[in-house]
Design a protein around this ligand. Sequence first.
Ligand code: MG
Length: 298
Amino acid sequence: MSFFEAIDPVFRTYVLCNAPVKQIATGFDWVEGPVWFGDAGCLLFSDIPNNRIHRWCPGAGVSVFREPSNFANGNTRDRQGRLVTCEHGTRRVTRTELDGSITVIADSYRGKRLNSPNDVVVKSDNSIWFTDPHYGIMTDYEGYRSEQELPCSVYRVDPDGHIEAVATELKCPNGLAFSPDETRLYVADTGRMFGADAQYVCVFDVGPAGKISGGNAFYTISPGCADGFRVDFDGNLWSSAADGVHCIAPDGHLMGKILVPEVVSNLCFGGRAKHQLFITATTSIYTISLNRCGMQHP
Ligand code: MG
């Protein structure tokens, strides 16, 4: 049985024909926000409806890292290695300091509460970029149903705490990632909940002082959507999809797919050489070793 599908023949050099897609944990409801901690040799991920962040370590399996997690969704690490988390329940983005204390990075904009921060990435200048769609306040499943006060936007938080809405014209921004040289910012628009909006990944040019421009359509995931994605060392975008993980080249063509038996929400690179893909997919975590390395920092 093949675990991948090569659309472009070059994709065969990205995968290993004897490396399986392995389920390493299951029994969750909707997993998201994977992030690899190489120093601790573990993966953290959110189980959003069950209000927990879990830790998976090879050999030791799964344990609870944080409960309640305030319905945490996306996670990443900043350039100092600290955990940065999007929380639906408290409608905020937080940083977990090295001593375990929590610092609020953003919970409002111009006096109004954020919606439900979804995914987050940290740029090399230490600015923190996150998406704020309304998914976590539309139902009580992944947070608390409540009033939307702000349009769904992409925000940048500078190291001095200044927060700015950098993209306000998307319906519902979701996954986001920078290209390796940080000249591009990819953002998924997965459309309003219960709506019929077009879903696609758009690409912005990143200029000086954290300004972005453009926002043209880059790629449309089908089947499924670009809930979450990461970029590899060569700039390929590895995105969630309904049938697995799709690999899209920097010029926007589909290279190939990793086939996963559950709907994928997100993924990250990790392992010894950042060559291992960790995939959050509905009720389970899957992993596969690749012949590619991720750009995850640090
Ligand atoms: Mg997401």
